[in-house]
Design a protein around this ligand. Structure first.
Ligand code: FES
Ligand SMILES: [Fe+2]
Length: 249
């Protein structure tokens, strides 16, 4: 499998951007263990409803915050207090900013090293999106949002988990410029085709007659950063229907 360096994409293995890491519907006050970008995370929903994403390992003795089920605290569902989370081992509590805010058996100043990395997360269009940046900068652009998500005439999506591909993400992005697969793969050879880079957006516009439906298919497709593709697709000229596709890498 190609590495980022093979594509001259800089020193980091994983790119910066917004990435979908979970679905809203699976996020409760029961923390879940995630692994992305070669790292382990703990994701949970605080009592205020906000999603919180922390590095998985407690700075005290490196216990995974969401990795086990045997601790009494976990069995009783008492890990989350407000928007903070308690480590199942000795019960140290960490706020959504990752700072230790309580040690059950200790009064006084908490050790300065008692802090976990916390990551920017947004809940958008039924998805939990995280800002991943190997240089730990704040988000450079907003997570994508479509107003259609909140319009009643649209049916909301549920995500299919399609699994893992043993390829570099760049090879998926490269597909945006591939005009000649549209006929053989999608049944609608393009009559017009263009791509555009605009800041963090990578946009494709194309259209052609769809062999299966016997009508025009026009699409406007764009990546918001390297991880999230949205595509508005319109079938037909006079009687039309529209759909929106979301693909998360
Ligand atoms: S290992 Fe987390 S509180 Fe001790
Ligand atoms: Fe395609």
């Amino acid at each position: 499998m190609a590495k980022a360096s093979d594509y001259s994409l800089g020193p980091h293995t994983f790119p910066r951007g917004w990435f979908v890491i979970a679905e809203s519907s699976e996020l409760t006050n029961k923390p879940i263990a995630l692994r992305f970008f070669g790292k382990d995370f703990a994701l949970y929903r605080g009592e205020s409803g906000r999603p919180v994403l922390l590095d998985a390992y407690c700075p005290h003795m490196q216990t995974h915050l969401a990795g086990g089920t045997s601790a009494e605290l976990v069995k009783q569902g008492k890990q989350i207090e407000g928007d903070s989370i308690r480590c199942p081992y000795h019960g140290w509590r960490f706020g959504p900013d990752g700072n230790c805010d309580n040690i059950p058996y200790f009064e006084g100043n908490y050790p300065r090293s008692a802090v976990i990395n916390s990551y920017p997360v947004k809940e958008v269009m039924g998805c939990i999106m995280m800002w991943h940046d190997p240089e730990s900068s704040e988000p450079a652009y907003p997570a994508p949002y479509l107003k259609e998500w909140d319009e009643p005439q649209w049916v909301r999506w549920e995500l299919d988990h399609l699994g893992e591909l043993a390829i570099h993400p760049q090879e998926i992005l490269d597909n945006m410029a591939d005009a000649r697969h549209l006929g053989p793969t999608h049944g609608a050879p393009c009559e017009y085709f263009e791509t555009e880079f605009r800041d963090h957006l990578y946009i494709q516009r194309q259209g052609g007659v769809h062999a299966g439906y016997g009508c025009m298919l026009t699409t406007a497709t764009w990546y918001t950063g390297p991880g999230i593709l949205l595509s508005k697709q319109r079938f037909g000229d006079i009687l039309t229907f529209e759909l929106i596709v979301l693909i998360c890498i």
